[in-house]
Design a protein around this ligand. Sequence first.
Ligand code: SD4
Length: 325
Amino acid sequence: MKRRKFIQNSGLLGLGLTASLEIYPQSFLKHSNMIKNYPVAVATWNFQNATKMAGTMLSNGATALDAVEKGVMVEEANLKNTTVGNGGAPDRDGNVTLDACIMSPAGDAGAVVYLKEIEHPVSVARRVMEKTPHVMLAGEGALQFAIQEGFQKKNLLTEESEKAWKKWLEHKEYKPIINIENHDTIGMLCMDENGDIAAACTTSGLSYKMNGRVGDSPIIGAGLFIDNEVGGAVGTGMGEAIMKSVGSFLIVELMRNGMSPQEACKETVMRTIRKDPKYKKFQVAYVAMNKQGEIGSYCIHKGFSYAKFHNGESSDNLSESYLKG
Ligand code: SD4
């Protein structure tokens, strides 16, 4: 018997319940207090400042939704991070265009795509979710809405990013880097002390992408998905591959059908590997969490890690990978 099931089943036995685990709904398990791996915050890549922020908030009683938003905002504001928010690398024409989304335990969602000049797209995505009848706003309309909501316009192209882009223009070769500087898009999952899950994902997308290109990160089901009855998942890497497999949604569905977060992440990465003969040329990585706060992760190329904050402890965790070298 797998360890997880053993723990769950032994807990049930302790309560004098000998029937199979499967007949007990998640809500029963959640409230039975048998296993408590939460509150917990996890994020793609070694973004420990972000998970510390979110995890500390959760320890102080914040909701998962507030924690994921504030958590990923740490990286949106980090000028040294050239793949998220302010300081993000531009597209091939020099535009910094940001994508983000957020999902609440209630299953509500908000997203912005191709948003320019706003440092915190995740907060605009949250306003889309809470203040409009829509899920996603794009480009000029998203910017107009942000300004209407009081967000300030800002030049997000830093001197360094501009310099790097001008250097890129010398050869103009579009070649997404695998495990870029070991940090990239931030996708975060939080479970609060009530056992509720929320997720957020925010990025400047792949460097030197075509003008207008949107990746997986703001797409509900691709860059992230949660179902508060089951768990959640977030993805990073080649957005086109993640979108084609609707990766985060698939992981949650696989968990619904009994897989652990680890097994579900692996199976989802394997689908991309089986279908795409070019899989060695790009990275795809996922992190997932189930309703017990258990975490799993899997990726194509070695080198992807995820940050975790739980019980006052912050850690960087190397993900299992398909390619070992
Ligand atoms: C995108 N998934 O825009 C993002 C980029 C990323 O690792 O996560 N790169 O495709």
